[in-house]
Write a protein that binds this ligand. Structure first.
Ligand SMILES: [Zn+2]
Length: 376
């Protein structure tokens, strides 16, 4: 991956280049920002740049032996750390167990869709984590003295998914860094990175991609017509991954929309028995999907509130959603919008911490009845 293969992010690229040119590369760098914008791709491009034997015009050459090894994920001094699922046996679980799946995943999804990852690990409902075994293994690897390049580089995807035991072990390396070791981490949610780790990194903030960059990416890579590309880019909210998902007219989105409409209709009509059935249906989603559904509901509530303001340029609804909002938006006002989002968010937190999802969804549905009513 070369810098030039990643759209936009010029200031982040420049900072990374400057680290190398000045000869002062921080031992731990954290690229933080929303998901789907190319942070991990940039981390890979940086590692390739550091290792390149023939850097030119502020980019790696792409053709030297080192660049070629990077392209096939086989660079001997580049180590990948990423969240995995615990195996029942053997007892230890770390990234190398899944390195083949990982290489294929990153090669096919350079913008890294986290949603796809648990399925590739063999369980769509799994919640991958970085376990303590990972640090043990990493320390072992880094202590190997022999290396070919000036730097061993650890590319760590999603430090927010690192458990505390692992973080504590890893901290020892970050506190007393080897001169020849660099960590580059990329986080979608840096508020959840343990503060002890976070504070030891040099942070580079990356922002959502501009609509025109996403539109031209869609036109080039997927031959989308320019008008469609612009509307898709607008809906994608700065994320290439989101834009790619929208192209394939996601079945999941349609399902979520139907379930949302159901919930609102039944709650408005106070059909408690039907809401019970609704909760059981939604509880049939896996945990990660249920969490995505709740995030979707929050978004639609917010968008329906915005709909009332009559500002289409800041309204992110597809055609079907907008059609529904024509009648529904008037039920979402300043009196209930915050409460509704709060209730949905509470449900999301409960589900993520493994609460019984039938109960959570039913409880949420009942609260929605009152919140829709309170507007009368
Ligand atoms: Zn090169």
């Amino acid at each position: 991956m070369k810098f030039s293969e990643i759209p936009s992010h010029e200031s982040a690229k420049n900072r990374l280049r400057n680290f190398v040119e000045s000869g002062r590369i921080p031992h731990a760098i954290l690229l933080e920002g929303p998901s789907g914008i190319g942070k991990f791709a940039l981390a890979r491009a940086f590692a390739q740049y550091v290792h390149c034997e023939n850097r030119q015009n502020g980019d790696s050459c792409g053709v030297c032996p080192s660049c070629i090894q990077h392209a096939s994920f086989n660079h001997i001094d580049t180590h990948f750390v990423f969240p995995v699922l615990k195996k029942s046996s053997p007892k230890r679980s770390f990234s190398d167990d899944y390195i083949q799946e990982w290489k294929e995943f990153v090669a096919e999804n350079p913008f890294m869709s986290f949603e796809k990852w648990p399925g590739l690990l063999g369980n769509v409902n799994g919640q991958p984590q970085i376990y303590v075994d990972e640090s043990v293994e990493l320390i072992r690897k880094l202590n190997y003295t022999s290396h070919k390049s000036d730097y061993k580089i650890v590319l760590l995807w999603l430090p927010e998914r690192m458990n505390i035991e692992c973080a504590n072990k890893l901290l020892k390396i970050l506190e007393e860094p080897h001169d020849d070791t660099l960590f580059v981490m990329t986080s979608n949610n840096s508020k959840e990175v343990l503060p002890t780790i976070y504070s030891r990194t040099q942070r580079i903030e990356m922002r959502r991609l501009p609509d025109d960059i996403i539109a031209s990416f869609l036109e080039t890579k997927y031959s989308v017509g320019s008008q469609d590309a612009i509307s898709l880019a607008h809906l994608a909210e700065g994320s290439i991954v989101q834009a790619e998902k929208l192209i394939s007219v996601s079945d999941e989105n349609k399902l979520f929309f139907d379930m949302f409409v159901h919930l609102m209709r039944l709650a408005y009509q106070r059909k408690v028995k039907d809401l019970k059935m609704w909760s059981e249906n939604v509880a049939g989603f896996g945990r990660e999907q249920a969490m995505r559904f709740l995030a979707y509901c929050q978004r639609l509530i917010r968008e329906n509130f915005v709909y009332n303001l009559n500002l289409p340029q800041i309204n992110y609804l597809n055609a079907q959603e907008a059609e529904f909002s024509r009648n529904f938006a008037r039920f979402i006002t300043e009196r209930n919008v915050e409460k509704l989002i709060e209730v949905l968010n509470k449900a999301l937190v409960d589900i993520s911490s493994n609460a019984n999802s039938k109960i959570v969804f039913f409880d949420t549905a009942i609260k929605v009845i009152f919140l829709l009513k309170s507007d009368k």
